[in-house]
Design a binder for this molecule. Structure first.
Ligand SMILES: [Mg+2]
Length: 286
């Protein structure tokens, strides 16, 4: 899972708990959960969490929880089908008149965790409970394999002339390890997922095509400071961080033709002609 992801989970929860509402001079805590869903009337109306974990292991083709998903699992098939749909769409878009008329280079935007790198091994290791220390071991060890089908999709898109950008909630301190895991591992024992390098968006170096989220508001680039000014403490929500970063990429002249993510919060907020949702039953990030 997603490291940042859990960080995001905690941030969202803290933001919610920190809210208060003053009505008629009386302060009421306006606490509400970060995930809005139904209230089952009966225990029979929802899954048992241990059974659900086993169903997820089965879905990943890893019924005994080894941490290695199977290449013929339903997870691999579903992820591959999304990647294939992306490949078809991007190939077709190249023949659109708009490719030639609207001007500006075309781009795709990708999330990292469970969109391009699969964190199944960490979900199993942690029993679906994020811990920043153990998680950093996986991130900095560059231990995540590629999401099935996605290397082929991104490689083909790159050959067709699309600029390739990653926008992740991982912090800048993990940028080097993230780039190594995505492309060519730069630590002993690390996995080289085999993606093409990100595009250098503005001539300041290829690593800048991998956008990370600064941990401190003080470290935000101006486009995030502005876009997230109304978020609690000025800290970007996931949706605002991702959409403002896509807006920034488009401000550089790129047209984002497609955006790929495993969370709806990766995808909503505009600045992409079409979105593609990768499967992820392991966690939910509002
Ligand atoms: Mg993700």
């Amino acid at each position: 899972m997603a490291f940042t992801s859990s960080r995001r989970r905690l941030a969202a929860l803290a933001a919610v708990l920190g809210l208060s509402l003053i009505v008629g001079g009386v302060a009421y805590a306006a606490a509400s959960p970060a995930i809005q869903t139904v209230t089952p009337v009966s225990a029979n109306h929802m899954g048992n969490i241990d059974v659900l974990r086993q169903q997820i292991r089965n879905y990943y083709g890893d019924p005994l929880g080894s941490g290695v998903f199977a290449s013929d699992s339903n997870y691999a098939k579903e992820a591959s089908s999304v990647a294939a749909a992306g490949t078809s769409y991007l190939a077709a878009k190249r023949h659109d008149l708009s490719w030639w008329i609207t001007g500006g280079p075309k781009a795709i935007v990708l999330d990292v965790d469970d969109t391009t790198l699969a964190t199944w091994n960490y979900e199993v290791f942690s029993n679906w409970a994020y811990n920043p220390t153990t998680n950093a071991t996986y991130v900095n060890g560059e231990l995540f394999p590629a999401v099935p089908g996605m290397v082929q999709m991104v490689t083909q898109a790159s050959k067709e002339g699309y600029a390739i950008f990653w926008v992740t909630g991982r912090p800048p301190s993990q940028a080097s390890a993230t780039l190594g895991n995505l492309t060519t591992a730069n630590v002993t024992g690390g996995i080289s997922a085999g993606y093409p390098a990100p595009t250098d968006p503005d001539g300041s170096g290829p690593d800048t095509g991998l956008y990370t989220k600064p941990s401190a508001v003080a470290d935000y680039p101006a486009y995030l400071t502005t876009a997230c000014a109304s978020d609690p403490g000025g800290k970007c929500s996931t949706i605002h961080y991702k959409s403002a970063t896509r807006a920034h990429i488009e401000s550089l002249g790129y047209d984002i033709v497609a955006s790929f993510g495993d969370q709806y919060s990766d995808l909503i907020g505009g600045y992409a002609d079409r979105t593609f949702k990768l499967p992820n039953p392991n966690y939910y990030l509002p």
